[in-house]
Design a protein around this ligand. Structure first.
Ligand code: HEC
Ligand code: HEC
Ligand code: HEC
Ligand code: HEC
Ligand code: HEC
Ligand code: HEC
Ligand code: HEC
Length: 354
């Protein structure tokens, strides 16, 4: 290549880079789909590539981290899935009963049953909804009509779906990329977020330097930490790929938060952990979030932030911010109101912003 050609190439590459910078919205740059994250080297939640023997269970962590262990086991996440009772469907003279092997969901929203039959996994046709205290059709199964008893057994899950289901609701069910629910640790516990702990335990117990022997999510940049929680709660990019353009996307907090004007990819004050300690139960008292908002929205003149943004104080009220700016939204069929993480001025009668 001549000097002249090389110069043109360099200019073309520079121009492409500049254009990409203009065309790709700021907030999208750090975000990735979970499928890519789990294929990168190193630990990431829902990655099932490790040996089952590398997992030690939350009791083993409790010995040295009692504070996290005591609180974490009372969270909804720790109770997100595990073994269950008997599920029976009957119709006429036929009856079908199957030991109900697993229940997903603690019952804050509800419970859906998953069972194995002849090597395949099924999602129960009915779920239990806590808010209305009764069974109803499992979300997503509303449109499938029951034509036979076999249909009433529920929906056959593909192998990939079954794996993901257990990977998001339990710990260590997928090891060496194979689903084996008989080996699972119930719920989302320590190693679902920190990765398998055997190496860490061995290092600490032998008196060696334990730094770097277990994943600490505190080391993640804010944008990456949103994808971290998004491995299960769905990342911004996952939701884009799923193309959920309705109130149903209110369930996907990372997506909604990134769509908010408060979001900034390099500000830790607006990442999930700024408002939620994953080792503690969810706090429902609205006023307890005020200080999180006021960390940016303190003065009426506005606090200057990165990228030329300014966070002004509220002209309406100085407390209970989330009660007005993070409205509750109930998607059809879910019998549960989610908190819209797209922080905004929610005017009455305004349509739901997708
Ligand atoms: C025998 C005691 C012991 C056990 C058991 C133990 N840890 Fe630790 N852990 C430590 C010590 C000591 C440190 C501090 C290491 C350091 O900073 O040098 C630590 C640090 C950590 C860190 C921060 C790591 C970092 O690099 O910043 C995490 C996260 C962690 N432990 C999670 C766990 C989990 C999850 C389990 C169970 C799978 C567990 N630990 C079991 C003693 C233990
Ligand atoms: C391995 C999957 C997984 C990861 C990783 C994960 N979550 Fe969760 N989370 C869940 C599941 C499943 C539930 C639903 C639990 C239930 O109600 O049964 C949940 C529920 C929650 C709740 C609601 C608790 C309640 O009491 O209603 C909060 C808050 C939460 N997660 C925050 C986070 C944050 C913050 C992170 C990142 C640090 C995170 N989660 C990472 C799977 C995960
Ligand atoms: C990518 C991760 C992921 C997959 C895959 C997944 N879930 Fe969930 N599920 C969640 C999270 C996170 C929540 C917490 C509520 C929310 O934000 O929607 C949840 C909530 C639930 C709830 C409501 C629980 C409650 O009480 O809070 C049920 C029931 C449930 N899931 C069942 C299932 C079943 C059954 C499957 C598989 C067939 C499945 N989920 C697959 C992540 C996942
Ligand atoms: C839902 C995900 C999740 C689960 C489950 C979880 N952690 Fe963590 N853990 C985190 C995150 C995120 C951080 C970083 C917190 C931060 O940035 O403030 C962390 C930090 C830690 C630290 C380091 C604290 C420090 O000061 O640096 C320890 C130790 C720890 N966790 C232990 C545990 C133990 C033990 C369990 C199980 C009882 C557990 N974690 C369960 C997400 C989780
Ligand atoms: C600025 C504060 C703030 C941030 C940042 C934040 N949340 Fe929340 N979150 C809340 C509030 C407030 C609630 C509602 C609590 C209640 O009313 O019980 C909530 C509720 C939840 C729930 C329970 C289900 C629901 O929709 O009500 C989950 C799950 C959750 N958050 C996950 C996340 C995840 C994942 C992130 C990061 C993408 C995140 N949150 C970031 C404030 C925040
Ligand atoms: C990291 C700093 C930060 C945090 C934390 C934060 N915000 Fe913001 N917020 C901003 C910035 C910056 C803007 C203005 C963005 C712009 O001008 O484009 C903004 C805009 C807003 C707006 C106007 C939105 C619109 O659509 O016009 C409201 C309302 C708001 N924030 C409320 C809140 C509430 C309530 C909380 C706590 C739950 C909160 N913010 C937390 C930085 C933050
Ligand atoms: C009673 C409901 C309510 C509460 C509580 C409330 N706000 Fe507001 N807020 C509003 C309304 C309505 C507006 C729009 C005002 C207008 O446009 O005239 C607004 C506007 C804002 C704006 C945009 C300001 C601007 O100049 O663009 C921000 C930022 C904001 N609020 C933050 C907060 C914070 C932070 C808190 C808690 C300390 C809070 N709000 C509490 C109703 C509320």
């Amino acid at each position: 290549m001549s000097e002249w050609d090389a110069g043109w190439w360099r200019a073309a590459i520079l121009l492409t880079g500049l254009l990409a910078g203009i065309l790709v919205p700021q907030r999208a740059r750090a975000q990735m789909v979970t499928d890519e994250r789990v294929h990168d080297p190193g630990w990431w939640p829902t990655k099932g590539a490790y040996l089952r023997a590398d997992y030690v269970g939350p009791q083993a962590c409790a010995e040295c981290h009692p504070a996290q262990a005591e609180a974490q086991k009372t969270t909804a996440m720790a109770l997100a899935g595990g073994p269950s009772h008997i599920y029976t469907v009957s119709g006429g003279s036929e009856a079908f009963s199957q030991p109900l092997q697993w229940a997903m969901g603690l019952g804050v929203l509800g419970q859906t049953f998953v069972y194995e039959r002849q090597g395949s996994f099924y999602e129960g046709r009915v779920s239990f909804f806590s808010s209305v205290d009764r069974l109803d059709l499992t979300p997503g199964q509303h449109t499938t009509r029951v034509k036979s008893l076999a249909d009433a057994r529920g929906r056959l899950l593909s192998e990939a779906e079954a794996k993901e289901c257990f990977a998001c609701h339990t710990t260590a069910a997928v090891a060496e990329n194979r689903l084996d629910p008989s080996q699972l640790i119930p719920g989302v516990t320590c190693e679902a977020c920190h990765g398998p702990g055997a190496r860490h335990l061995a290092a600490v117990k032998s008196g060696a330097n334990a730094k770097g022997t277990i994943f600490n999510p505190a080391t993640l940049a804010p944008g990456d930490s949103m994808d971290f929680c998004g491995a299960c709660h769905r990342t911004w990019s996952d939701v884009r790929q799923m193309n959920v353009r309705s109130q149903n996307n209110v369930r996907f907090q990372p997506y909604r938060l990134l769509e908010s004007r408060c979001w900034s990819p390099d500000d830790a004050r607006i990442q999930c952990m700024a408002c939620h300690d994953p080792h503690q139960p969810l706090i429902s008292e609205p006023s307890s979030y005020d200080e999180k908002c006021l960390a940016c929205h303190a003065t009426s003149k506005g606090t200057p932030l990165a990228r030329g943004k300014k966070a002004r104080a509220c002209p309406v009220e100085g407390r209970n911010c989330v009660s007005c700016h993070m409205p509750k939204v109930e998607p059809a069929g879910l019998h549960f109101s989610f908190t819209d993480h797209r922080i905004r001025i929610a005017r009455p009668g305004q349509p739901y912003p997708n």
